[in-house]
Design a protein around this ligand. Sequence first.
Ligand code: PHE
Length: 459
Amino acid sequence: MSNSANASTSRAPAQQWSTRISFILAAAGAAVGLGNIWKFPYVAGENGGGAFVLVYLFCIALLGVPMLMAEVLIGRRGQQNPVNSMASLAREAGAKPAWKNVGRLGVVTGFLLLSFYVVVAGWALAYIPITATGTFVGLQPQEVGQMFDGHLQQPLPLIGWSTLVLLLTLGIVGRGVRKGLEKAANLLMPLLFVFLLILVGYASTTGHFGEAVEFMFKPDFDKLTASGVLIALGHAFFTLSIGGGAMMIYGSYLSPQVSIARTSILVAILDTAAALLAGLAIFPIVFAYGLEPGGGPGLIFVTLPIAFGQMPLGTLFGTLFFLMLSVAALTSAFSLIEPAIAWLTEKRLMSRFKASVLGGSGIWLLSLGTVFSFNIGADWTLAGKTFFESLDYLISGWMLPLGGLLMALFTAWVMKPEATAEELGGDSAAYRLWLVLIRFLVPVVIMVIFLQAIGVITL
Ligand code: PHE
């Protein structure tokens, strides 16, 4: 059993998850998001399927799980928002107070990420009524593509949808840990998995399920490139929500009795299951209608609606699909703003309501940059990238891995092994394995990604 009071005092019960399951569901809610349902299938499709999936699974198990444990551990022992938690653990370890900047980086990363996350989540929300009213029935593939392009061309409706996503997020997060985050996760997460299973069942009626299974699980290493390996790795961090302060703040609401190792493994399993199920729901439909699995970011907004427009009961199941995508995106959005809200309430002593309004307004303003990058601001580019592409690249390619690396280094080399062992249930063979992975494998692999990204080495 751990003694988090070493670093600071524990949170009041109203500021803690009431059960272990609630933490697992909330953390799985943070992890399962657009990354699993929108990004995973298209990057797996673009990178040839099976071999990519295998590398991704290895990255989750060997790097993702130990890093997730490290981030949750910092939060649980720190018992405060990411900035204060890092500061008090640095103090406990006799290290420089500057480590609190890692917490700041997390808060900022989550904040920036949410500014484009709400826009893509807004597309998902918009596609619920569009699909439900039978818009896609009988449309030609080209027309479906034009619809998506047309949707992106109009800033005002896009702003409306992303604002709605933001308001829903703030409405939940503003209610606090137990009444907001926990209640929503307990309701939405089981629902999400039920939806996913129903959709996999539906996809299996297309008669192309075997082809999809083969595409996803039969590795063909000729199709895997070095950049595919890096994408698999980066995506493993993104999908587990590592490095953005989300898991740290959720960890800070965790009671000292709960095993961090067991819960983190469970969260990783749920997240992986969601991604694989999403693939099994999407690829059979793609193959059944002779569509392209490497269709890029438009895969689920263009390719799938083409199929939904032709399949029996496609309107019903298509609506369910976008509903599921919206639910997944929302539960991740909660975790992206919570670090900032906790920081504003604990450090700046604001009320939760005021913090939500202030944080939400900032995100809303920033989200306009992403909205405009699809229409009136499409040519405001930096090194050939639009605002949205630059932000995505900066966050997914640099800020999340950097945050994750610094958190890993902090738990591995700065915190005393007695402290980390205490949080992880004592010095055991499993603890030693974690220590080896987090001390050596994780930093080496992330440094290699960075060196390759800045062109110092070529893989
Ligand atoms: N894991 C989320 C997804 O897969 C994204 C996310 C990243 C959420 C970092 C919180 C923090 O969509």
